[in-house]
Design a protein around this ligand. Structure first.
Ligand SMILES: C[S@@+](CC[C@H](N)C(=O)[O-])C[C@H]1O[C@@H](n2cnc3c(N)ncnc32)[C@H](O)[C@@H]1O
Length: 358
């Protein structure tokens, strides 16, 4: 049996002493009625065995949060130990299976999240889903900070003084992203991003709603101003039987519709045309909430060509936004463009329709 490190025990004591915040922050909103005793199992049962590398088991749909994994994969103390034991190497798998039991767990948030991350929670929010090492958001926030008040810019996405949030499923990768913010702070970097940029390790398909709800509840006006959402170069999961592993699922689009105000924006990019088309199709399916900036009529790209009007039912050629409208490139985008490969892009605007859960 492994001994629990002192650091880990101290961490548990600290967390237990913040029980209210812990329950609030570490249970999915639909499970808030569960007892605290159950919720602390995420930590108190943790330790002896190291099963966290089992990445193959899939979730039982009837028990969405029952899992055999004693540790959250994003537990910061264990991650720090893991990185140290590898001589601070941040190597990670290229892809993970988001449907594995391990990654179906709710993430572990600090007891005071989001107050400990953002200085001013009334600012509009910029959310990047699948942010990897966070380079895009770091560049976005840095570029925005360099703007002087009154600077003429024709890039509307750089103008508002945002809070930035990146979500990333690969634990070591998001740990690296978090360290990048700390390093700038420690190095006395004048463009410190602390207080306006945060990265959360989680499965966006599991935790997005809970995180946005927490942000909304922490907003001084109880109104989350989620102005910008980016989903860029998501993992393709090519095989049809793996389609459910893709991050843009109908539930994710519904959650965004719930929290995004009218006029806010969703920006999608991929170097794989079918991946972009699929994401775009998912947003178009909820066209009452999201309007495509190009050919706004609804096009079912998966429609069967089984009616008489052959001309009309021919596969419809979608147009794409040609340029990166944000003016800041992601790490993946840079590598794709360096190889002269195409990038497919789409932009959606949240309509005025009031969200209804029916
Ligand atoms: C190909 S990378 C692109 C990273 C970055 N957006 C870029 O353009 O450089 C896709 C990222 O999405 C992350 N990812 C995949 N599924 C996810 C999920 N369900 N929740 C959060 N992140 C996810 C992957 O781990 C990976 O880092």
């Amino acid at each position: 049996m492994k001994t629990k490190p002192v650091q880990f025990i101290m961490y548990n004591i600290l967390l237990a002493s913040s029980s209210r915040a812990f329950v609030r922050n570490n249970l999915p909103s639909n499970r808030l009625s569960k007892s605290f005793a159950t919720s602390t199992n995420l930590f108190s049962t943790a330790s002896e065995t190291d099963q966290d590398n089992n990445n193959s088991s899939t979730q039982n749909d009837s028990e969405p949060f029952a899992h055999s994994e004693p540790f959250s994969p994003w537990d910061p103390v264990r991650l720090a130990e893991k990185v140290q034991s590898r001589n601070n190497a941040f190597r990670s798998r290229q892809h993970v299976n988001p449907l594995s039991a391990k990654f179906q767990q709710p993430t572990v948030l600090t007891p005071n999240w989001p107050y400990d991350t953002y200085d001013d929670l009334s600012k509009p929010l910029f959310l990047d889903i699948g942010c990897s090492r966070g380079g895009f958001l770091i560049d976005m926030a840095t570029t925005q900070m360099k703007q002087q008040p009154g600077d003429a810019t024709n890039n509307q996405y750089l103008e508002p003084d945002y809070n930035y949030l990146g979500l990333e499923i690969r634990p070591i990768v998001v740990y690296h992203a978090q360290k990048r913010i700390e390093k700038r702070e420690d190095g006395g970097d004048a463009s410190s991003l602390k207080g306006k940029l945060g990265f959360v390790g989680c499965n966006a398909n599991v935790d997005l709603e809970r995180l946005l709800q927490l942000l909304q509840d922490s907003n001084p006006e109880d109104l989350l101003n989620l102005q910008m959402v980016t989903i860029q170069f998501p993992d393709p999961h090519f095989k049809a039987r793996h389609a459910k592993r893709r991050v843009v699922r109908p539930e994710l689009v519904t959650t965004l519709a719930k929290f995004m105000p009218p006029g806010s924006t969703v920006w999608l990019q991929s170097d794989i045309q079918s991946v972009l088309d699929d994401m775009r199709f998912q947003f178009r399916l909820q066209s009452q909430y999201f309007q495509d900036s190009i050919s706004p009529e609804i096009v079912d790209i998966n429609a069967n060509d089984d009616n008489d009007n052959d001309d009309e039912s021919e596969a419809i050629q979608l147009d794409y936004v040609e340029e990166n409208l944000l003016g800041v490139r992601t790490e993946r985008e840079i590598s794709v463009l360096e190889r002269d490969l195409p990038v497919y892009r789409a932009l959606f605007t949240r309509t005025d329709a009031q969200f209804s859960s029916d």
